[in-house]
Write a protein that binds this ligand. Sequence first.
Ligand code: SAM
Length: 285
Amino acid sequence: MYDSESKDFGDALPEAELLAFKKIINNIYRCRGVDFRQYRPKCLRRRIIVGMHDVRVNSFVEYLNFLIKNPEAYDSLLNRITINVTEFFRNQETFKAVRLKVIPEIIKAKKEIHASSIRVWSSGCATGEEPYSLAIMISEVLSELRENIKIRIYATDIDKEALKLAEAGIYKEKALKELKGRQVNAYFKKNEQGLYAINPEFKSMINFMHHNMISDEPLPRMDLIFCRNVIIYFSKELQKLVYDNFYKALVPQGYLVAGKTEILMAINESCFERFDLQERILRKK
Ligand SMILES: C[S@@+](CC[C@H](N)C(=O)[O-])C[C@H]1O[C@@H](n2cnc3c(N)ncnc32)[C@H](O)[C@@H]1O
């Protein structure tokens, strides 16, 4: 059962409303297998209210009744909760710091052990802009340094619809606003509908996979993990669990990039050192 404290909701909710809210979260788990029971109630509440407004109801009780009569509406509610908002090179400064300080260190370490590939995980990749940005950035650094190391990117999400769009790799112009004109011309092909398709070269570097960072085994031997704008929705206990999973997933001295909005309280200081606090870059100890 959903059992988060009601005090965590922000404004107090009447008993019936609280009960309906908890039932909605439990039903999502039962009907769709996605477990939001330990996500922060305040964030969930905001997202569910957006879902409520989509179907013009004004209370959790009414919404629960609506969902019971229209179970297919759980799909759009799920989309509302998982919000896939993202863009290419989101938070330019973070990408700049990773490009200048992190990637060269990883390449150096790889050369020392004669490794043939760099392994990167974009966890909570939404519609793919983040892993494609990583593919573009790392390819550019490797070509500047004239290094011939393979790039393997694992891009995962719990949202299957978002993953389908990610795999298609076709974007509206506004998703590309942080890219330089030269990069758009070199890495995308504009189609007849005015949409931009990413070059197959970058697609081939990325494995898109359905994966729940809370309940699935962490992926192994990662040099770099990006997990941004996801775990802000998680309770402190879940955040801790996810950071522990990322610790397991990383090679020694591997890097974890959390989002600018993430609070790093759940980080275990004996596991990670703060490599660049401003850009939320951590290094495994
Ligand atoms: C706001 S998007 C962030 C996209 C990208 N990381 C960025 O910062 O631009 C959050 C994504 O996290 C995904 N997500 C939420 N909970 C997840 C979980 N437990 N495991 C994997 N992905 C999750 C959502 O489906 C959504 O696509």
